[in-house]
Design a protein around this ligand. Structure first.
Ligand code: GLY
Ligand code: MN
Ligand code: MN
Length: 466
């Protein structure tokens, strides 16, 4: 939690941007796993509620009445039974006070606040809900059916939140640096533990332990798999096999809920084959290219397509692609290998603000994504970069047997792809290299002082000596 002034100032700016009406920011509730007393752990607060109210406790709602300049923290004080089981916590009044909110009220008063506002036909702003309990709460309070709530959410509030959360404050950057330190420990531990015979799940479990012992938790479920071609592949009980690559995409959340998100791909036995290096060096070049060109004013969509062209050029040299590079990328042929975007915003959420919809977070009037083309429809970030943005740089090359079969059967992009050669790569897996990048005044830099090894020589040396 930052100091009181941080939250007071953020809410003041939010009021200025939204201008009028009443803002309701729902905090999250505990989420039962298999019974109410056994919740998914640890509790995760909603990031926008945290951003404006800073309080990491379940069962709270923040109300900002802009027109009357009244801020209220809504929530129920705990009773003696709660204290017996969970210990004592601050009263809602004291919690409100700690973040500069003058008023507090019990949860039942939220219905009255909403009824009064609706009677006066005042604008009620809320963000698109993503948890079912909150959808039910909104239905009860405002009478808007869950299927209509995304549409009914306030664009003015969404735009204001995106504007504010996109540009990271210095104290947020420091928190992201702390997440990177934990992420570094996770990744180097995974590299150290990677040996033939060890299971994917064992290593992934060790990473969970590191994340929760130094911070709040992992920033998303670990991807640790020899099937690197599966974008979000879960770790399995499979044993690591010499000769194969393993892809590790994982990150940590600090105790204050700021994230890291890195990916490394390395050989199980610690030594790349020439065939693996041929593909790896292309991903490495694409990854490093971003650092050279990302800066304020540059559209991330343009960087994405420049990477696609570089990748296509290099895959042509290997014989996996053919034809004119620009035409191939325009046709979306590169998506056979790179079916996702170059990166996404990152911050308190690993895909920052994704619950507000990527179209509102990563795009604007001049950068609408093409939704009609496989691969391009997955871009999460396209708009012009600004100082203080944090984005991921995560190119990859994947050989997805089902996709190869699918495109080969339909002849999709056949003029740009060498299907005979692709057949011989069906057992290859996939490679991704990912780092988090802060956009600075005139360029960019990695988040994280220590680099998780990613140049092949550095990986081989690390795996030999650790
Ligand atoms: N961890 C998922 C991603 O890199 O976007
Ligand atoms: Mn990742
Ligand atoms: Mn990512």
């Amino acid at each position: 939690m930052f100091d009181k002034a941080t939250y007071v100032n953020r809410r003041a700016k939010l009021k200025e941007l939204v201008k009028s009406g009443i803002i309701i920011l729902f905090g999250n509730n505990e989420s039962p796993c298999n019974c109410p007393a056994n919740g998914y752990s640890p509790f995760r607060q909603d990031s926008s509620f945290l951003y404006y109210f800073g309080l990491n406790r379940d069962g709270l709602v923040g109300v900002i009445d802009i027109d009357n300049d009244i801020e209220t923290l809504v929530g129920n004080d705990i009773d003696i039974e709660d204290i017996v089981w969970f210990g004592s916590v601050d009263s809602v009044h004291d919690m409100a006070e700690s973040v500069g909110v003058k008023n507090s009220a019990p949860m039942k008063s939220l219905k009255t606040i909403c009824n009064d506002a609706m009677r006066l036909k005042r604008r009620i702003h809320f963000l698109p809900p993503y948890r079912h309990d909150i959808k039910i709460q909104i239905f009860d309070l405002l009478g808007i059916h869950p299927v209509q709530q995304k549409e009914a959410a306030s664009m003015d509030l969404i735009n204001a939140v995106v504007k504010m959360r996109s540009t990271k404050e210095q104290q947020e950057i420091e928190e992201l640096e702390r997440a990177a330190v934990i992420g570094y420990k996770m990744h180097t531990t995974a590299m150290r533990l990677t040996k033939p015979g060890v299971t994917e799940k064992y290593i992934s479990g060790q990473l969970d332990g590191i994340a929760s012992s130094y911070g709040a938790m992992v920033s998303f479920p670990n991807i640790f798999s020899q099937h690197g071609e599966i974008m979000h592949g879960c770790p399995s009980m499979a044993e690591l096999e010499s000769g194969r690559l393993v892809l590790c995409d994982c990150g940590a959340e600090t105790i204050n809920n700021y994230c890291s998100d890195n990916t490394r791909t390395y050989p199980v036995n610690g030594k790349f084959t020439q065939r693996q290096l041929d593909i790896y060096s292309i991903v490495e070049a694409c990854h490093d290219y971003v650092l050279d060109v990302a800066k304020p004013g540059v559209k991330y969509m343009d960087v994405h397509f420049a990477v696609c062209r570089l990748m296509t050029e290099r895959l042509k040299e290997l014989g996996l692609m053919k034809g004119d590079v620009d035409e191939a990328v325009a046709a979306g042929a590169h998506a056979m290998f790179l079916p996702h975007g170059l990166g996404h915003m990152m911050g308190m959420d690993v895909h920052d603000m994704e619950s507000l919809d990527q179209i509102n977070v990563g795009f604007d009037a001049e950068t609408r994504p093409r939704l009609d083309q496989f691969g391009t429809n997955c871009l999460r970030m396209g708009r012009r970069l600004e100082e203080g943005f944090v984005v991921t740089d995560e190119p990859g090359i994947y050989f997805i047997p089902a996709l190869i079969d699918n495109w080969k059967a339909s002849g999709h992009c056949a003029e740009f792809l060498n299907f005979d050669m692709l057949e011989t790569y069906k057992d290859f897996g996939g490679i991704r290299i990912e780092d988090d990048v802060l956009i600075t005044k005139d360029g960019c830099r990695f988040i994280g002082k220590d680099r998780i090894p990613y140049h092949p020589k550095d990986i081989e040396e690390f795996m030999k000596n650790n």
